[in-house]
Design a protein around this ligand. Structure first.
Ligand SMILES: [Zn+2]
Length: 313
C-alpha cells in the first residue's frame, strides 16, 4: 500500500513537473520564434537600407513577389534576391551568396588585437551580380570605368563609379598627411597594386581587384593567410599601424586584417558594410524602430526608410 501511495505521489509530481516544464518550454519556443521573426525583419530592412545608401545611383527600389521573396531592383531593371532561403555552410556562402549572406557578418569598426575567429570574414562574401551592375559587367566595361588616382608618386587605376575613386583619393590624402607625422611610410609604399582582372587563386571567384575597387599596400610575406601561419599573421597584425586602417575605414573601405582568412595589405571599397557597421552594430533598443541610430535629419535616408516600410509590410 505504502509503495502504491509513493508511486502515485511520484507520478503526480512527474506529471505536474512535466507540465510546468513543458509550459515554460512552449513559452520559450514562442518567444524565440517571435524574436527570430522580429530580428529577421529588422536585419533585412537594415541590410536593404544600407545597400540603398551605399549604391544610391544603382538601386532604384525594393520589391517583393507573390512568394514574399524580396529583391533590390537595379537601375538596369535587374532584380537581385535578398534571401534565397537555402541553408549554407561558410563555403557555400562564399561560392553562392545572396545579399543576406553578404551582409550577415557585421564588420567591426573598433580596433582588434587578435586575428578574427574561424570563418569570421566580414566582406569576403561578395554578390558579383551587384558588383557587375555597379562597376562593370565585363573586363572591358570595367576598364572603361577606371580612372587614375595619385598614390604617392605614382598613379593607380581605380573604378570611378559609385564614388570609389573619390573615396580612394580622400583616403590617400589622409595617408600622405599621416606619413608626415607618423612612421608609417614603410607600411604603405611601394604599393602592390589596385586593378587586376583575375580570379582568386584556387577559386572561380573574381578578385575584388578585378573591379578596380581594392588596393593592396606594401606587401609583407606575413600578410596573407595562404602565405603565413596564424602566428605570423598575428605578429604582423600586432605591429600594423591602425592610423592606416582608420584612414581607409573613414572612407568606406574595409580592411582584410579583420578577416580570419587575413589579408593584411588589402583594403576594399565596401560602403554597404561600413554603413551597417557604423549604424547597426547593435539590435534596436526596446521599443525603438528598426532604423534607430541613423541620422534622422537626412531627407534622402528618410525617403529610403519610407520606401522600405511601404514596400515590405
Ligand atoms: Zn588585395
Amino acid at each position: 500500500m505504502k509503495k502504491i501511495i509513493i508511486g502515485i505521489a511520484l507520478l503526480f509530481l512527474f506529471v505536474v513537473g512535466g507540465f510546468v516544464e513543458k509550459k515554460e518550454w512552449i513559452q520559450n519556443l514562442i518567444y524565440y520564434k517571435d524574436s527570430y521573426a522580429i530580428d529577421y525583419n529588422v536585419t533585412m530592412k537594415r541590410d536593404l537600407l544600407c545597400l540603398m545608401m551605399a549604391y544610391p545611383e544603382y538601386i532604384t527600389t525594393i520589391d517583393s513577389d507573390s512568394k514574399d521573396r524580396v529583391y533590390i531592383v537595379m537601375k538596369s531593371g535587374k532584380r537581385i534576391l535578398y534571401d534565397d532561403k537555402i541553408k549554407k555552410n561558410f563555403e557555400d556562402k562564399l561560392n553562392n551568396p545572396d545579399l543576406q549572406d553578404m551582409m550577415e557578418q557585421v564588420y567591426p569598426l573598433s580596433d582588434i588585437t587578435n586575428l578574427m575567429p574561424k570563418d569570421f570574414d566580414p566582406g569576403r562574401i561578395r554578390v558579383y551580380s551587384l558588383l557587375k551592375e555597379v562597376y562593370g559587367g565585363t573586363r572591358e566595361e570595367i576598364q572603361l570605368n577606371l580612372t587614375k588616382v595619385k598614390c604617392g608618386y605614382r598613379y593607380y587605376p581605380f573604378n570611378r563609379k559609385n564614388n570609389a575613386s573619390d573615396a580612394l583619393k580622400s583616403a590617400m590624402k589622409e595617408l600622405v598627411a599621416l606619413i608626415e607625422e607618423k612612421d608609417i611610410y614603410s607600411f604603405v609604399f611601394p604599393m602592390s597594386g589596385t586593378f587586376n582582372y583575375r580570379f582568386i587563386a584556387g577559386t572561380n571567384r573574381l578578385s575584388p581587384h578585378s573591379f578596380g575597387t581594392a588596393i593592396d599596400l606594401r606587401r609583407d610575406k606575413k600578410d596573407y593567410w595562404k602565405w603565413a601561419s596564424r602566428e605570423e599573421g598575428q605578429k604582423r597584425l600586432d605591429v600594423y599601424p591602425r592610423e592606416i586602417v582608420q584612414a581607409f575605414e573613414k572612407n568606406n573601405f574595409i580592411w582584410g586584417g579583420k578577416w580570419s582568412h587575413f589579408d593584411i595589405l588589402h583594403f576594399e571599397y565596401r560602403p554597404e558594410l561600413i554603413l551597417k557597421a557604423r549604424y547597426f552594430s547593435d539590435r534596436p533598443g526596446f521599443g525603438e524602430s528598426w532604423y534607430d541610430g541613423l541620422p534622422s535629419d537626412d531627407d534622402i535616408i528618410k525617403d529610403y526608410i519610407d520606401l522600405i516600410n511601404r514596400n515590405l509590410k
